[in-house]
Design a protein around this ligand. Sequence first.
Ligand code: HEM
Length: 406
Amino acid sequence: MKEETTSYRWGWLSALAIFVLAGVTGALMRFGNIYGFPWGLQYANVRHAHSHLMYFGWVTPALMSLIASQLPAVTDRPLSRRFRWPIIMALIGGLLAYTPFLLYGYRPALVAGRQVPLSVIFAGFNIVAWYLFIWRYWQETRVSPRNYPLQLWDGAVIFLLFASLGGWGLAIITRLQIEDPFWSLAFTHIFLDTFAFGWFILGLLGLAYTTNPSAVGSKLARFSINLVVIGMPVIFLLGMPQHVVPPLLRWLGALGGLLVAAGLLGHIGVLWPLASVKWKAPLFFLGLTAVTLLITLHPSAARCATIAGLRIPYLHWLLLGFVTLGLVSAAQEKWGEEAIPGRRWMTLTVILLIISLMPLTSLWLPFLRGVWTRHFNAWASIGPALVGAGILIAVWVHGRRRQLNS
Ligand code: HEM
C-alpha cells in the first residue's frame, strides 16, 4: 500500500482546505463590519458558521489525522486503516453544517414548507464521527502500555466524550423546552470549553511529546498532566457568565482553572527547552493563554477582561496561536517540510492577525486609536487563509511534478 493512502496526510490537507473556507468566513466578518454584508447575511450567523467550521471541520479532523498517523510511533503497531471513516465523517459533518449555520444560525430552515433545524441535525452528525474515532482509538490502543503520549490522548478522547455530553444535554433541555439559563449555559460551556481545553490541548500536547521523546521522562511532565486532568472537568464554570453561576461554584471553577493553568505552564516548562523551533510560537501562545487564565481566576479580574474586550483575542491566542500553529508544526514534524511547506508564513500571518486584534480592545493606547485599526484588522484577517491556500497549491504542484518525473 502506498504511504500516501495510509498516512492520513490526505485527511490533514482536506481539513486545511476547510480551514481556508473558515478563515475567509472570519475575514468576511471583518470586512462586513466596514462595508456591509453581501446576500443579506447576518453577522451572528456568519460567526456561528465560522466557529463551527473551525472547531469541527478544521481542528477535529486534522487532529484525528495526526493522532492516527503518529500512533505507530507510540504503540509499535503498524499504521491502521481503521481511522479512515471517522476522519471522512468528521470532514463531511463539519462542511454539512456550514451553509445552514451561515444562512440561519441555530434557527430552523424552511424546507418544503416545514421548519427543519438543519444546522443542529448536521452538527449532530459530527458526534457520530467523534464516537467512531473514540471507538477505533480504543480498539487500536487497548493492549498497548500507557506511555506518556498515550496518557495524554486517553485524556483527550475522554474529554471529547465528556464535551459531547454537553451537546446531548443542550439538545435534551431544548427538546423538553426547559428554559433554565444556568443549565442551558452550563451545557453550552461543557460542550465548547471542554472541547477546546480537553480535546484540542491534550491532543496537541500528545503530538508535541511524540516528536520530542526526551521530554517524556520528566517528573514535571508527569505532575503537570495530573493537574490538567483533575482541573479540566470544572473549567467550564469559569467560561459561563458570572451572574448565572452561584459564587461557590464559581470558586470551584477557579480552583479547576488554577490546576489547568499550572499544569499547562508545567508542560511549557518541560517542552520549551527540548522541543524544536517549530513548537516555540505555539508554546508561546499556550503560555499567554495559561497566564490570562490565571489572571482571570478572580471574578473582578474576569469582569475587567470582559469589559476590556479581551474575550476574542484570548480565544484566538488559544485556537489560532496554539492549536492551529501546533497542528501545522506537528504536520511538518510528521510528514516533513517538503510535504507541508509554509509553516513560517503561517506563523507570521497568525502573529499579525493576533496583533491586529489588540487595537479593538480598550487596552490599546488611546492616541493610537482611529479608523485605520479596523482596516488593519480586516486586511490582517485574510493572511492565515491565504497561506493555507498557498500550502495546498504548493502541495498540489509538488505532487504533479513528482508524477511527471516518475
Ligand atoms: C484564520 C483566521 C481567523 C479569522 C480571520 C477569525 C476571525 C474571527 C472573527 C472576525 C470573529 C468574530 C469576532 C467578534 O465577534 O468580535 C471570530 C470569532 C471566533 N472564532 Fe475566529 N478567526 C480565525 C481563526 C479561528 C480559529 C482557528 C478558531 C478555532 C479553532 C476560531 C474560533 C472562533 C470562535 C470560537 C469565535 C467566537 C464565536 C462566538 O462568539 O460565537 N477562529 N473569529
